[in-house]
Design a binder for this molecule. Structure first.
Ligand code: GUN
Length: 283
């Protein structure tokens, strides 16, 4: 039997409709500021997508595109200005940053109340303490997707493959807060297949094309593919593939596609976080 394919766009639309309704009840429309440094093609495309979607749902948005040679001091000065500006509700600095800028210094500098990425150590700590405020967009979007499709999380065995600060670690905290039994596997895990076969909910976030093959999946499991890997076919055409091999559709109960699965949820959750940040600031 083929897995039910969990398309992201209709679920993202539900999340966006809720965010837009909440935004309209605020004294001013929330304002998201996105900062990009340099011209990394993936970052240019992601930032364009985030700004376009913000405009579509009626949020105010501003993009600062800074040159590749921007110094850390210059970027920190801009963040300081945005922190002090009461007209700015959310600040996102697109990662990765050029080598001359220390990522940790930048993430520490963003006002935690405007930290729509949820990467500030205060927000990371609150999440692990079970008091989430602003939580990282991809993991929060995945939790929304699971809830939308009625996937039972409490009591389930959840296995995350990948321990990144953007996805694997915060998702572990969210699943734990939702009463799942959570395992985080990674590149040094021995016998990965034995670990992943335990999962009722399997999340692949390793950045490794086709890593998860059918024999690594428990029949009927819910499989969430976070991989966005650009591969070039023998005809020289570039396309996106996930971390999950397509044949997993023959084993899984539910499966997110790439593209068009988790990606739209990330963008929708960013805008929901922007509305949440504005609500917290107006409270
Ligand atoms: N680069 C890739 N994903 C993300 C994200 O979720 N937030 C930021 N700021 N940069 C990213």
């Amino acid at each position: 039997m083929k897995a039910q394919i969990l398309a992201g766009p209709p679920v993202a639309a539900a999340l966006l409709a809720d965010a837009a309704a909440r935004a309209s009840r605020l004294p001013a429309l929330p304002h998201l500021v996105i900062v990009r440094v340099g011209d990394d093609p993936a970052s240019v495309s992601y930032v364009r997508g985030k700004a376009r979607k913000a405009g579509e749902v009626g949020l105010r948005n501003t993009v600062h595109a800074l040159p590749e040679a921007t110094s850390q001091a210059e970027l920190l000065a801009l963040i300081d200005t945005l922190n002090r500006d009461d007209d700015v509700n959310g600040i996102l600095v697109q990662l990765p940053l050029p080598a001359q800028i220390a990522e940790a210094a930048v993430l520490h500098a963003i006002d935690p109340r405007k930290d729509v990425d949820g990467f500030h150590p205060l927000n990371v700590g609150e999440l692990w303490a079970g008091r989430p405020a602003l939580t990282p967009c991809t993991p929060a979007g995945i939790m929304y997707l699971l809830a939308h499709h009625g996937v039972q999380v409490a009591g389930a065995r959840a296995v995350i493959v990948g321990r990144s600060h953007l996805v694997g670690r915060p998702l572990a905290a969210l699943l734990l807060n939702a009463d799942a039994t959570v395992t985080v596997a990674h590149s040094r895990t021995c016998d990965l297949g034995a670990v992943t076969r335990e999962a009722d909910i399997l999340i692949a976030a390793a950045g490794c094309p086709g890593l998860i093959t059918p024999e690594m999946v428990k029949p009927g499991a819910t499989v969430i593919d976070v991989g966005i890997n650009r591969v070039v076919s023998i005809e020289g055409k570039g396309h996106l593939v996930g971390d999950v091999h397509p044949d997993v559709a023959d084993v899984a109960g539910m499966l997110t596609p790439v593209p068009g699965g988790v990606g739209p949820m990330t963008v929708a959750q960013l805008l929901a976080n922007t509305v949440r940040a504005a609500e917290l600031q107006h409270a």
